[in-house]
Design a protein around this ligand. Sequence first.
Ligand SMILES: O=C(O)CCC(=O)C(=O)O
Length: 298
Amino acid sequence: MTADTQAAALRPMSKEQREQFEEEGYLVVRGALSESEVAYYEQAIDRVYAAERKAGRLSPEGSMHKLSAVASCPEAVGLIDHPNTFPLVWSMLGWNVHIYHSHLDVHPPIRIEKPYRFEWHQDGGRQNRELETEPRPRLSVKIAYWLSDVSETGRGNFKVVPGSHLRNWIDGPPRRDVAWPEPAGSVEVCANPGDAVFFDRRLWHTRTNNYSQITRKGVFFAYSHRWSYGRDENDALYQSPQFATFNPIQRQLLGANLATPDQVPGDHQWGHYPETTPLHGFLQHNDLLDPTYPPLKP
Ligand SMILES: O=C(O)CCC(=O)C(=O)O
């Protein structure tokens, strides 16, 4: 770790970032990854893509949406606690967190126009039916790392309605295949390779079709509290030789059992054992816990 990287790992979200995130529901982190990191992660995701193609698991138009990002591509582990982005996660959600959902995405150019489908959504599936408040609670945040150039619109960009995270509903068609105007105020987020987008799961968003000449590549990690059930499947990863090489915070984030023999695993996930929760230890050691912010309370 360089001194800069070390400093970034210890820098909580700034007041300005928090205000912007609370207001717009997302932040763009420019240059989160260096050029060499982009090359490293792109080669890794390319290898997964080649294997998926060989196994006949791509979509009819050749795209890949591969769940459980680190189990599918262990080389991606450095993204989950990256010093330039991870502080945003713990600043928002606190120390009792894990990754509950993640995916590797490769979308080559589409040559034949796809039939219309309304794909606007908030993340979390039935969370959006089963929670009764307006707005619903945040519950999770997501980081999208861009490995391809989406600095211009039309390249399969991530599209959002800024500020919509506080609305439970947006106007939409009676059926997803009925063409519908784009939501008022929606924008395609433009990003360079190595930029990251940090967003609130409630932000209304959609992937857009990639009719450009550039294959779109991205990696997505959704973080939530450890008391929420993980959607990723990491059991085989826990048995792999790589897993032992991951650092303790990475193992926490990937949902490893942290309980020692006298501790109940479920209680551990509820946050009853901060002293054996690696992220708590890291934040405590670096004086980053904050008694005034409940998720970061010691
Ligand atoms: O791929 C994208 O641009 C959007 C991804 C998405 O919809 C999601 O992460 O929930």
